[in-house]
Design a protein around this ligand. Structure first.
Ligand code: NAD
Ligand code: UFG
Length: 341
């Protein structure tokens, strides 16, 4: 299948490319490298011994999109491109709405011009907001509590309208829980700019000595050890969920949302312990005040994805820590060069 992958040079996109190329799909990556490096694509080529098109472009650039769609004529789009930092989204909400919502609209308009009817969208568990019950199933009400989460929720709503506007359209909404880990080779992984916001890359940087200690945000939550509990999902499992979603969209029209998680939660201190075991290092940490906007616990009910997509997470928290450690210890500076702008 000819598949256009927006944001394909990013963390989840690059891991998904390995799966897509492994299945001999014909790929075009579109990325503006605002949060990634072309080096990730070079490493994907080395790992797979497969080639694909890549175009440096912004999803908000209508002319560039038209040219790419006319030339490549994709049969499906996997849409990763977007800004993703929750804290930053509160400071520059318009930038987030512009990038994530307008960018998605431009993409849908370009899809219409060439009759491309299938999209798999990177949504997020953050669309649910404060849990009314756990685990979250897909019927849980959506009430995101930050601008980033609202961009995901609004794009989901736009995709629902688009999918129902023609009986030929198909939209699959993948609500990721907490992606973590790296490819087993250690040659691709997560390479955040500046100080990492997320737990696993922060711990990895403490492990290699780039940061002194981990600040554990809150030790008084109503969880088994008082620290925040999340459903961590290995990025390679996440990648295989995209394969299942593409296949599903080829066989089904309409719109469907899926939780992509394991159904099991781990606390911050449990992640620290698992990382210590994987790296044989001690991770110094201090219990700090809660981070504003955090919830105590978030866990997926992944049954629907298993039933309809035939997908289930296979890898464990230990696998996530081992692979994250391998990536970080082999790539002290991530992909090396600062990302282009
Ligand atoms: P990432 O930042 O590594 O990848 C996103 C990619 O999109 C980057 O390569 C970036 O350069 C590109 N991009 C951003 N804006 C663009 C634009 N306007 N035009 C073209 N390219 C653009 O992030 P990721 O972790 O791989 O996340 C991928 C998607 O999954 C995002 O939409 C994110 O919101 C969503 N998501 C991520 C997480 C997570 O914790 N990583 C959780 C839930 C959902
Ligand atoms: N945490 C710390 N110290 C840190 C970083 C995180 O204690 O330095 C804690 C947090 O308080 C939380 C847990 O580790 O309890 C996980 O935090 P992350 O920042 O890694 O992840 P979040 O659950 O806050 O959010 C992530 C992504 C969002 C996405 C959401 C749901 O950042 O984009 O998962 O998928 F929407």
């Amino acid at each position: 299948m000819r598949i256009l992958v927006t944001g394909g040079a990013g963390y989840i996109g690059s891991h998904t490319l390995l799966e897509l190329l492994g299945e001999q799909h014909d790929i075009c990556v579109l990325d503006n490298y605002s949060n990634s490096s072309p080096e990730a694509l070079s490493r994907v080529r080395l790992l797979t011994n497969a080639d694909f098109l890549d175009v440096k472009a912004d999803i908000r650039d209508d002319n560039a999109l038209m040219n790419i769609f006319q030339d490549f004529q994709p049969e499906a789009v996997i849409h990763f491109a977007g800004l993703k930092a929750v804290g930053e989204s509160g400071k520059v909400p318009l930038t987030y709405y512009e990038n994530n919502i307008r960018g998605s609209l431009s993409l849908l308009k370009a899809m219409e011009t060439v009759g491309c009817r299938r999209i798999v969208f990177s949504s997020s568990a953050t669309v649910y907001g404060e849990p009314q019950y756990l685990p979250y199933d897909e019927a849980h009400p959506c009430a995101p509590t930050n601008p980033y989460g609202r961009t995901k929720y609004f794009v989901e709503e736009i995709l629902k309208d688009w999918a129902t506007s023609s009986f030929k359209n198909s939209a699959v909404l993948l609500r990721y829980f907490n992606p973590a880990g790296a490819h087993s080779s250690g040659s691709i992984g997560e390479d955040p700019n500046g100080i990492p916001n997320n737990l696993m890359p922060f711990i990895s940087q403490v492990a290699v000595g780039k940061r002194d200690q981990l600040n554990v945000f809150g030790g008084d939550y109503d969880t088994r050890d008082g620290t925040g509990l999340r459903d961590y999902i290995h990025v390679s499992d996440l990648a295989s969920a995209h394969m299942a979603a593409v296949n599903y969209s080829a066989a089904h029209t309409g719109v469907e949302a899926f939780n992509i998680g394991t159904g099991k939660g781990a606390t911050v201190l449990e992640v620290v312990k698992a990382f210590e075991e994987a790296s044989a290092l001690r991770i110094p940490y201090v219990i700090s005040p809660r981070r504003s906007g955090d919830i105590a616990a978030s866990v997926a009910d992944p049954k629907k994805a298993q039933e309809l997509l035939g997908w289930k997470a296979k890898l464990t928290l230990n696998n996530m820590c081992q692979s994250a450690w391998k990536w970080q210890s082999q790539n002290l500076e991530g992909y090396g060069n600062p990302p282009e702008n």
